[in-house]
Design a binder for this molecule. Structure first.
Ligand SMILES: O=C(O)C(=O)C[C@]1(C(=O)O)C=C[C@@H](O)C=C1
Length: 319
């Protein structure tokens, strides 16, 4: 049985991602009675469940199409050891409802709870409809729904499905400021090799460049550009070591097994202060990686064969 830790409690978007992962990739999971989804109270707790061996995999939110990356996840990944790797990703379309206790749909709302990312995606709606309500951050949208069921708050911004999980009712539906928002969740495993390349892959890295070195960022980007690797995400985040100290989170559209990616990693390792590799894994949207003619594995192999001939003298080479 595969035990999967996820940001809980039941009813989070992360739970939806976990179930989708288990169904879609069922064949990848060891056989048994099926995945055992373990709700955890926070992202660090889900990662810790994996690290300590209480879980075989962990599913955590990574980035949202409206609100950007999830800081708790980036932080937890930076703190965990090198053996924890991203082995897959899941996309979930997020929709929000305003959930209240049954019979209270028309009552005034003085307190509304949710996850900060959910507040950020419903800001305009909340400002327009509940301008006086105090917004209380909770560890997840489902934790907020649970707290409403317990009578701690008047309302929660949560996934529609959380209503059923906690015996609540929707006072309003589709309250996101932007329809069609999508959250990307990542699946983590400990001590796992990268899944094989599919032709639609992503590699997630963090690079720490040398401070006060003019052109250091350009040099970093060149490692990818000259090798024909498209970047789908580049984000600078503070390292916590002091003002102006930043690291760069990178999603590169190539797989570790490709020569162009290996060379880029060698280049990064040579030129950066530090590089963390978080994994190469299939993209959930299946979009094929772009491989320019000069960056394909065959081109690398041919160029390597050629350079190896140069060791021999011209006469040898001719013969
Ligand atoms: O609270 C949840 O339901 C989560 O799964 C977390 C999370 C997030 O961290 O962004 C996931 C998707 C939504 O964007 C809002 C919250």
């Amino acid at each position: 049985m595969t035990r999967i830790a996820y940001l809980g409690p039941a009813g989070t978007f992360t739970e939806q991602a976990t179930r989708r992962w288990a169904v879609e990739r069922g064949a990848d999971l060891p056989t048994g009675t099926g995945p055992d989804a373990q709700p955890e109270p926070s992202v660090p707790a889900a990662v810790e469940a994996l690290r300590s061996g209480r879980a075989d995999a962990a599913v955590v939110p990574f980035e949202n199409s409206v609100e950007g990356s999830v800081p708790a996840t980036l932080q937890a990944l930076l703190q965990v050891g090198d053996d924890v790797r991203i082995v897959g990703e899941v996309l979930v379309e997020v929709q929000f409802s305003l959930l209240v206790r049954p019979g209270r749909a028309d009552e005034p709302v003085r307190t509304v709870a949710s996850h900060p990312h959910a507040f950020a995606q419903t800001r305009d709606w909340l400002d327009a409809r509940l301008p006086g309500a105090r917004q209380v951050p909770e560890s997840s949208t489902a934790a907020a729904a649970q707290a409403v069921a317990e009578g701690r708050y008047d309302a929660a911004v949560a996934a529609p499905g959380a209503a059923e999980a906690y015996g609540l009712t929707a006072a309003a539906r589709h309250i996101a400021d932007r329809e069609g928002a999508v959250t990307r969740f990542v699946v983590l495993r400990s001590g796992a090799a990268a899944p094989p390349a599919t032709g639609s892959d992503r590699t997630t890295l963090v690079a720490l460049i040398w401070q006060n070195r003019p052109g250091a960022l350009l040099e970093l980007l060149e490692q990818f550009a000259t090798r024909g690797i498209d970047l789908s995400r580049l984000e600078s985040r503070p390292t916590g070591e002091g003002l102006g100290e930043y690291c760069f989170w990178i999603d590169a559209d190539a797989h570790l097994s490709e020569p162009r990616m290996r060379e880029a990693l060698i280049g990064l390792r040579r030129t950066c202060r530090d590089v963390r590799f978080f994994g190469s894994y299939p993209r959930a949207d299946g979009r094929a990686s772009v491989v320019p003619a000069h960056a394909g594995a065959d081109t690398y192999a041919e160029a390597l064969r050629w350079v190896n001939t140069l060791d021999r003298g011209p006469a040898d080479a001719a013969g």
